[in-house]
Design a protein around this ligand. Sequence first.
Ligand SMILES: Cc1cc2nc3c(=O)[nH]c(=O)nc-3n(C[C@H](O)[C@H](O)[C@H](O)COP(=O)(O)OP(=O)(O)OC[C@H]3O[C@@H](n4cnc5c(N)ncnc54)[C@H](O)[C@@H]3O)c2cc1C
Length: 573
Amino acid sequence: MAELHRHDIVIVGGGAAGLRAAIAAVKARPGSSVALVSKVYPMRSHTVSAEGGAAAVARADDNLEMHGYDTVKGSDFLGDQDVIQAFVEEAPRELTQLEHWGCPWSRNEDGTVATRAFGGMTTKRTWYAADKVGFHLLHTLFQTSMQYGDIVRYDEVFVSKLLMDGNECRGVAGLDVRTGEMMGVLGRAVILATGGAGKVWPFTTNGNIKTGDGMALAYREGVPMKDMEFVQYHPTGLPGTGILITEATRGEGGHLINSEGERFLITRDYGVGTKAELGPRDMISRAEVQEIEAGRGIDSQYGQHVHLDLTHLGEEKIMKRLPMVRELSKIYAGVDPVYEPIPIRPVVHYMMGGVDVDIDGFADGVDGLLAAGEVACVSLNGANRLGSNSLTECLVFGARSGVKAVEYAKGTSDGDDAALARMGEEEQARIDALRGKQGGGEKIAAIRTDMQSAMESGCGVYREEASMQQTVRDIAALKQRFEGVTLEDKSKVFNTEIIAYLELENMLDVAESVSSSAASRNESRGAHTRKDATARDDVNWLHHTLCYYDPAGPRLDKKDVTLGRWEPEERKY
Ligand SMILES: Cc1cc2nc3c(=O)[nH]c(=O)nc-3n(C[C@H](O)[C@H](O)[C@H](O)COP(=O)(O)OP(=O)(O)OC[C@H]3O[C@@H](n4cnc5c(N)ncnc54)[C@H](O)[C@@H]3O)c2cc1C
């Protein structure tokens, strides 16, 4: 192995969760050495593309109790209530902290922070910076992180293995994409902040880098994946590209319209009540699918869609609050939302499930391993996340895991460097053997396409026993085919074929855990909606799903939901 770098803790991921964790760690224990490893330059993390905003109580007509209840109800009662309470309490402090670091939150006329309405929230609770929230938030975190010399960055280093000392995680092996050399980055604790896995599906708002790497790394070391069946479809993606049109469009007053010109969330009963367009994402995505299936969709070269109408908002408001939406619609859908409705349909957006962690971010079953942000399932979001809770989740639980990781590191000793270096060398040999790998002629792109269509047919907005089981079998078969992949590029420098190979390997593991978790849940809850088991079943299914890796096929288990303040009740708006 070319190089071995030692730090106190290692963070994998330079998005909102990773950067927030790094800052919290060096502030909690000044002098701690923190490695921040990222497969892309941090400002290119998916966080940068967030548009609509971040939720936290700010207004006089709001309180923590209301934010807590909205989140519990949004989760279809599968969120852990201790986690939700900690989250709503910490959220306002985190967003204010961000302001002090320079985040330009939009303001009201009187100078107070402006908030907008978001789906499933009782009042205006979403802080925003026009519709470029992710850019401003990530920029603020990135520039703040640069003030701390103890945060050492390893940009464009692809982590392909966790380095284990018995049951303790002691660092990572990463491929320097520029040179093709492996390096070992060692620490007494490792935080995964690698984001979600939307690329497992064909049609997604997610950037190409969202391939579930951290989930797969932890899964293969024996950490269970939790609640993987809950995959969020966002109701407003542009047909063709899947580019997101933010929920802020509806928060600012946009309407959803079918081919008959009806505001179907008002004229028909989809369970969203008077919330209409501000209902939660799972319900609105289902309503759109039902409208299309009932023949009230609109044809396009990319299949059927419905319309998002902003024309009544007027040019001034659109330019002030939603300038990027106008730009994206013009470029990618050829419509100007000031004058015409935008074509939209449901699109894969977010993973509620992920690495099973406790309230402090510690992963279940492996010591010294933590996770935060979209890669983790701390059980804030349960069966359905409310829009704008995710960015705040990255800040709250990113910070918490950073503090906990340095505390943990203080109380433990370094691992066995020689043993870790040997493990890194084995990983180096595995990667070296991939250059120009002679296989059975299978192509990465073909397997990836087949995986994505299997996931769309079995793990879409609506699900059924037979198609979910078929997807489970298809993914198992694709993992076999993956063994026969042939790689052509023998070069070391920027060998993107190897990166694509490693990402596909990870996505297949994520797909396996999603499809088998989905096939096991015999009820409808939140984003997991079965046509053949339409009711929520609290007697048998009010629990988290755990999925464990096993070379012979995944093993499933259950975990209790932490209830408390709010008793489960029928979820209607
Ligand atoms: C288009 C879009 C708009 C959104 N808008 C909103 C919004 O308005 N409000 C809201 O609350 N949420 C929104 N979300 C969701 C939210 O943005 C994400 O859930 C959140 O930003 C995830 O942050 P993260 O830090 O967990 O991961 P990411 O920002 O995805 O960062 C992951 C990091 O991990 C690194 N990484 C991954 N794999 C590896 C590896 N193998 N080796 C090394 N490094 C690796 C990457 O380089 C990257 O730095 C949106 C999401 C999308 C896709």
